[in-house]
Structure formats: C-alpha cells, structure tokens
Design a protein around this ligand. Sequence first.
Ligand SMILES: Cc1cc2nc3c(=O)[nH]c(=O)nc-3n(C[C@H](O)[C@H](O)[C@H](O)COP(=O)(O)O)c2cc1C
Length: 233
Amino acid sequence: MRIVVLHGQVHHGVTWHLLQALLAGLHAPDDSLQEFTLNNLPSCTGCFTCFKVDEARCPHRAQYGRIVEAIEAADIVIATSPTYCMEMSGQLKTFFDHMAYRWAPHRPHPAMWNKVGIAISSTVGAGAGNVVRSIARQFMWWLIPRRYTLALALQAANWAEVSPEKQVRAARQAEALGRKIRQRGLPKRMGLLQRLIHFGIGMGVRSGKWLARDTEYWLAQGWVRSVKCKGAG
Ligand SMILES: Cc1cc2nc3c(=O)[nH]c(=O)nc-3n(C[C@H](O)[C@H](O)[C@H](O)COP(=O)(O)O)c2cc1C
C-alpha cells in the first residue's frame, strides 16, 4: 500500500511518535512511504486562480504540486498535527487551503474514491478530538470514503514527558488502529455519503449556475452530459 504522510509539524514530538506506532501497525515498508512537511508553503493568497482558471496557475503550485501528485497516487493519506489552540497547526491548514479546488463542489479527483484517510493529533488536555474531526472533514470533502481518527490527551509538552506506562499504552492504541486499518483494506467504491454529495452537486452543475471552470471539468469527466445555460464566473 502506498502511504503519504502530511506532517503538520516538523519536530518529532508526541504526535510523531503516535504516527510511528500507527505505521508499525500498518506494516508499512519504507519504500511505500512518502512524507512531507509543509512549513515552507506560503499562505493562500485568495486569488481564486485555482477555482476560476486552473490549479496549475496557483502562484504556489511549484511548492506543493508534487505533494498533490503523491496524494493522488497513494492508497492511504495520513495527516498529523499537534493541537494548537484547539485547532490543527497553521501549516497543515495552509496546505488544506491550497487543496480547496479538489473539494467536491469544485474538481474532486476520482482517485480519492478508493482511499483511506487517517487523522492523528495529540494534546495536553483538550482539543485533539476537534483537530482530527477537522482533518477528517477535509478528507470527506475530497471525497475520501473511509476515514479514521486517533486523538490522544497525554498531558505532556513532548514525548519524553509522557510517562513510560502511558507511552506504551498510547503506542499500543495507535498500533492497534494501524492493524485494524490494514486488515480492513481499501474501500472499493465511493461511500454512500460521497455519492449523495456528488449527485447533489451534479444537479447544481447541470443547472448552469456553477463556476465555468468546474462545469467544464464535470463535463470532461462525463459526470454531467449537458448544462442548462453557460456556467457562471
Ligand atoms: C502553540 C501551542 C498551542 C497549544 N494549544 C493547546 C490546546 O489548545 N489544548 C491543549 O490541551 N494543549 C495545547 N497545546 C499542547 C500540545 O497540543 C501538546 O503538548 C501536544 O501533545 C504536543 O504534540 P507534539 O509533541 O507532537 O508537538 C499547545 C501547544 C502549543 C505549542
């Protein structure tokens, strides 16, 4: 299985250790793994070029295009982030912002329909559940049908501060999740929720009141055969 990891942080802290245990459970050989840190990616400029013209014209495409290609070729996409002020880290969110054109109402990629998405976060006390739900929501709107989350509160600023007993318990939990995901395998088709969303958006595209670039994409994919009038924008 090809696995892509999006690291929402560069350091090897609590979140990174949880990831290592999960990867051990997945039995991921090194050559199946591609890992990316996101710290050098500038913020989205809000220019709408990806939506209205093409993602290839995004001013930052050179910095993240190969990450998108790796995600599209992968079977499993893992995103990790410590909990920062109850949210995911800014750098991970910045990457997700650059993927807005891949959301279901725009130009979702059919390669997403057979993937598994995994969200991992750690926290001192609160907020990790919020972070993994938020990451899983991004995956859902990319139309990834099967999503798993791991959120642990370990009352520590770094892995060394986690007591040995808690380290063992946390690693066991992460590894067990990895094993479960491996045993269940990959989804064969788009999930029911994704099919409903896709169908509903198809109706919108057919109405002709959709972005012209997205309308062109949906027609080219054969998801809609005709539109009532010219696309908007
Ligand atoms: C900027 C910042 C914000 C944080 N916000 C929260 C928070 O909202 N709630 C919480 O319980 N812990 C918070 N923490 C603590 C971390 O989430 C926690 O220590 C986490 O396990 C660190 O993971 P890491 O070792 O992978 O960086 C924050 C830490 C930092 C540095």
